[in-house]
Design a protein around this ligand. Structure first.
Ligand code: GLU
Length: 485
């Protein structure tokens, strides 16, 4: 029987996750879904000093937005809970006590000062530090007695020198010497578990089969391997993935041009684009395809194709990806995305207006928020009193162009290609050169002589609004002409 696939994302609740965290979560999720497995969220909140208020919520919000649903976790619950590390301390303690009972661990009564003095002495005499473990060979019954008398020991794992071997799916066979690790602390004298011990116990008890995480954790892995073996089980499969770097190669940060996940959301990137982009930052598909739906990513994820080198965020590529996903959304979906933006909702447009705008303008956009300037420029009432507008509309040609256009469009089917060819007909009918024809038409519809394709603007505006704007501009034009005379 093969063991069921169970992956986990184990964030510390330190706030809005960065793109590297998000990529770790995405790979764990994709792999679990690909294998018909289980995706677990475990919140690693034992380092109280690092926790921030709302840190867990920000993580959950980011996962929800990215669409990474959890089968088990602090909110979803599940058979291996609790899923907050701080609520699992009893099980860390009992595992540590078990290791003492089995002889794999021992009570250590040395103070920080004693340990530091021993380390300094070792270094001074050229011996490896961390080997003078005074309590290692303490008779267990004496150690128990001291504890009973009120001394509070730390619990340490007995680590013997000698090679220890394990494998990483990407790095291959790895080996280290127990002598380099020393007798690691499992529980501090105040009863708090150490980081590596808590992680190993939790992964073991949650029956995690694959640990997919950032390469930064590679140095923790030898300790965790020793802990698993001391606890009598083989470790899960380890997959340490290369780092995600900020544009230019630095650490991920907002200042370096790589803000947190939720900020990408607020800037108008779609979750599908972020998931797609970060997946491809980790692994490449066999063909050249770059734009994938979620289901395609689930079907194609291949841990063995994860690249070996660190990858930098490329903001232009990410924006391009956002545009690709935006253009795959239907007009109805885009209308729904846009109306949720306060600036767009203020324009008080109907669903049909938004859908027509989506049909013709989506190809100019990358981010959801690009709709704000685009739709405002098109739908806000055109200002005809500006110097530019007055300059253009005061020409007698302007009134003629607007009249010709209104007449032709009044007879045209309201569809972009028909509106476009009607523009040519109107231009011919009035016999004006391009600029003399187009400038007043644009001023009439948008209040500016520049902007997107005229027929597209008219289509988005709809027939009634277009006719009304042409009429108003023509009236203004006629007034300006008569003022001039
Ligand atoms: N809590 C760790 C972090 O946020 C992850 C631990 C792990 O994946 O083993 O970096």
């Amino acid at each position: 029987m093969t063991t069921p696939v169970r992956t986990r994302y184990a964030p510390s609740p330190t706030g809005d996750p960065h793109l590297g965290n998000a990529r770790t979560a995405i790979l764990n999720w994709l792999f679990a879904r690909n294998q018909g497995g289980v995706f677990v969220l475990r919140v690693e909140d034992t380092d109280i000093a690092r926790n921030v208020e709302r840190g867990e919520e920000a993580n959950l919000e980011a996962l929800d937005w990215l669409g990474l649903d959890r089968d088990e976790g602090p909110v979803a619950g599940g058979p291996f809970g609790p899923y907050r590390q701080s609520e699992r301390v009893e099980s860390h303690r009992s595992r540590a006590r078990q290791l003492v009972a089995d002889g794999h661990a021992y009570r250590c009564f040395c103070s920080e000062e004693t340990m530091a003095a021993d380390r300094a002495a070792a270094i001074a005499t050229g011996r490896p530090p961390g080997m003078d473990m005074r309590c290692r060979d303490l008779d267990p019954s004496i150690a128990e007695e001291r504890e009973a008398e009120g001394s509070t020991p730390a619990l340490r794992l007995r680590v013997d020198p000698g090679p220890v071997e394990y494998a990483d799916r990407l790095k291959g066979a790895l080996s280290f010497d127990g002598a380099d690790l020393g007798d690691m602390v499992l529980l501090r004298s105040d009863g708090r578990p150490t980081y590596n011990f808590a992680v190993a116990v939790d992964d073991l008890e949650m029956e995690i089969s694959h640990v997919i995480r950032g390469i930064g954790h590679l140095s923790n892995t030898p300790k965790q391997v020793l802990l698993y073996r001391a606890l009598g089980v083989e470790p899960p499969e380890f997959i340490h993935i290369p780092s995600v770097l900020a544009p230019g190669g630095g650490k991920l940060s907002k200042r370096a041009g790589a803000p947190g996940v939720l900020e990408y959301r607020d800037r108008g990137y779609s979750a599908d684009a972020i998931v797609n982009y970060l997946s491809l930052l980790a692994w490449s598909s066999e063909d050249e395809q770059e734009v994938f739906t979620r289901q395609e990513l689930i079907d194609r994820i291949d841990l063995d194709r994860i690249g070996a080198s660190d990858a930098e965020i490329d903001p232009d590529k990410l924006r391009w990806m956002a545009g690709q996903h935006l253009r795959r959304r239907s007009a109805t979906e885009l209308a729904t995305d846009w109306v949720a933006l306060p600036e767009v909702s203020e324009l008080e447009l109907g669903q049909d207006d938004l859908e027509r705008a989506a049909e013709v303008f989506a190809e100019r956009m990358y981010l959801t928020t690009d709709a704000i300037p685009e739709l405002t420029a098109v739908f806000a009432d055109p200002v005809l009193g500006s110097e530019e507008a007055r300059g253009v509309l005061s020409s007698p040609d302007a009134a003629m162009a607007l009249e010709a256009l209104a007449a032709v469009w009044a007879e045209t089917e309201w569809a972009p290609p028909a509106l476009k060819s009607a523009v040519r007909d109107a231009m011919q009918a009035c016999g004006l050169p391009g600029k003399a024809f187009f400038q007043p038409a644009r001023i009439a519809l948008m209040g500016s002589a520049h902007g997107p394709d005229l027929a597209a603007v008219a289509y988005a505006l709809g027939d009634a609004r277009t006719a009304d704007r042409l009429r108003r501009a023509r009236e203004t034009s006629l007034n300006l002409i008569s003022e001039d005379q």
